[in-house]
Design a protein around this ligand. Structure first.
Ligand SMILES: Nc1ncnc2c1ncn2[C@@H]1O[C@H](COP(=O)(O)OP(=O)(O)OP(=O)(O)O)[C@@H](O)[C@H]1O
Length: 470
């Protein structure tokens, strides 16, 4: 298998070479966005202007299929119909309309792929011929992208989240495997469920397996089931998750934490759709649609040989990236309103909202635990709230301190915050807060250590001790 993979990689590298050749450095310098796909529809190049225009990083899109990544009919048509297409994107970027010119690439009559060029300036020769520019879609804003009911329940107003949901909704209509990526607490499971409920398997089982939470000795029997007497303690036959999910959807959560010896077994089910129960000889066929999610960097794990490359490619058919909450702070207010309604209904509390200062402090905080952290915090704030509007003095110091620092400068920030009844925090509590604050503000052990006058090693050790980082 390793050989096949490396040959495949070599072929890919050659085709990339054949397409961009020496032009990369030229494209790297121009103001127009440029993206190139090869004859298999894989993105092989995107220039810095493209990255800036669409706020994506090349490393995340290169190697992906245009059907999964580019929300751009011109490029897809140029690739599929092999003809030149000009048009407008069906949404705006920073309120600017983006114009696209996409062309197939031929070399000695062989189709090599397609190139798309993007600009927010209407090309001169088109100024008087607006009718020549074909609107690709009637809607002008990404916010008009219609997502169905299950996706509509996901609270969001942000463009990058809507783009992710757009891809996820398309994926729900096909049986392909979907890999949902994003930091912990961003809503990956929510999206997996929305895909399932929107698919034609919605009346069949949805089975979730947390691959990171089950001890590796038990995982095999949990997934594949076992026969009676397969091992000590197997007193009766057990049906595994693959069989339970038959006809439906299996959601492999935290797939990046799956032990390497199990990965090869999962690969076989993904490829052949068949397996044996532990201790059994009968080969069982299963009809399962796979969804997987991870907060881990699978490419890094592949490099470190902790994740099989062949499994990675099998899973990464359609990739949906859920942005972190700090990449979509415009969602914070709507999420707060949503959680206030939800938690009021659950607890019988009557909180009406958060103050302007709290809203601003929430924008400034970096939410390492993402939406889950916001939801949990809102629950504790609502339950402990003294009035119907949550005030700055009620939110944790590690969040309000950032607000104080940003708004009044560190000197005006109170160094010592006593509790509601004037009680003092312990030294450990101070240490934890100051380290959390420094990491939030400076973003690295090194910089935080410098600011606090200790070594990066001390910061790293303490950050782990206080569970600020994993
Ligand atoms: N956009 C959203 N709208 C409403 N609720 C959300 C949204 N995103 C996340 N949540 C809520 O936040 C919590 C965490 O979401 P979820 O479990 O889907 O995250 P996750 O990315 O799968 O986390 P993990 O990686 O830790 O498993 C859930 O209670 C979920 O309902």
């Amino acid at each position: 298998m390793a050989k096949v993979t490396s040959i495949h990689k070599k072929k890919k590298a050659e085709s990339i070479e054949a397409i961009n050749g020496d032009f990369n450095c030229v494209f790297d310098c121009i103001d127009e966005g440029v993206v190139i796909v090869n004859n298999e529809g894989e993105i092989v190049y995107a220039n810095p202007a493209y990255e800036g225009m669409f706020r994506v990083s090349r490393t995340t899109i290169i190697g992906k299929n245009i059907f999964c990544v580019l929300n751009d009919d011109a490029m897809i048509k140029a690739f599929k119909q092999k003809k030149k297409i000009k048009g407008k994107l069906n949404y705006c970027i920073n309120t600017n309309q983006i114009y696209v010119s996409a062309s197939p690439i031929y070399e000695e009559n062989h189709f090599k792929g397609a190139i798309g060029i993007y600009t927010d300036k209407l090309p001169n020769n088109e100024q008087n011929h607006l009718s020549k520019i074909v609107p690709l879609n009637q809607s002008n804003e990404i916010s008009e992208i219609k997502v169905n009911n299950y996706f509509q329940k996901i609270v969001t107003n942000s463009r990058n989240m809507k783009e992710a949901l757009f891809v996820a909704e398309r994926a729900s209509k096909v049986p392909s495997t979907v890999l949902i990526r994003g930091e912990s607490g961003t809503g990956k499971e929510l999206v997996a469920k929305a895909i399932y409920y929107s698919s034609n398997r919605k009346n069949k089982p949805f089975i979730r397996v947390n691959c990171g939470a089950i001890p590796s000795a038990l995982l095999e029997s949990e997934l594949f089931g076992h026969e009676q007497g397969a091992f000590t303690g197997a007193i009766k036959k057990k049906i595994g998750k693959f069989e339970e999910a038959n006809g439906g959807t299996l959601f492999l959560d935290e797939i990046g934490d799956m032990p390497i010896d199990m990965q090869v077994k999962i690969l076989r089910v993904l490829q052949e759709k068949e397996f044996e129960r532990v201790g059994g000889n009968e080969t069982i066929k299963c009809d399962v649609r796979f969804l997987a999610a991870t907060h881990r960097n699978l490419e890094e794990l592949v490099k470190k040989e902790e994740f099989r490359e062949d499994l990675y490619y099998r899973l990464n058919v359609i990739s949906v990236h859920i942005p972190s909450l700090r990449e979509r702070i415009e969602d914070i207010n709507d999420l707060c309103i949503y959680f206030i309604d939800k938690i009021n209904a659950k607890t019988g509390c009557g909180v009406k909202g958060i103050s302007k200062e709290v809203e601003e402090a929430f924008y400034q905080y970096n939410w390492p635990g993402n939406v889950r952290e916001l939801e949990n915090l809102m629950e504790s704030l609502i339950v402990l709230a003294e009035g119907d509007i949550i005030q700055l003095s009620e939110i944790p110091h590690y969040i309000s301190n950032i607000y104080h620092i940003n708004n009044y400068g560190i000197k005006d920030s109170p160094l010592i915050n006593t509790g509601k009844k004037g009680e003092l925090p312990t030294l450990e509590e101070y240490e934890k807060e100051i380290i959390k604050l420094a990491l939030d503000k400076y973003g690295s052990f090194n910089a935080a250590g410098k600011a606090l006058g200790v070594t990066h090693r001390t910061i790293a050790l303490k950050a782990r001790k206080y569970n600020i980082v994993d």
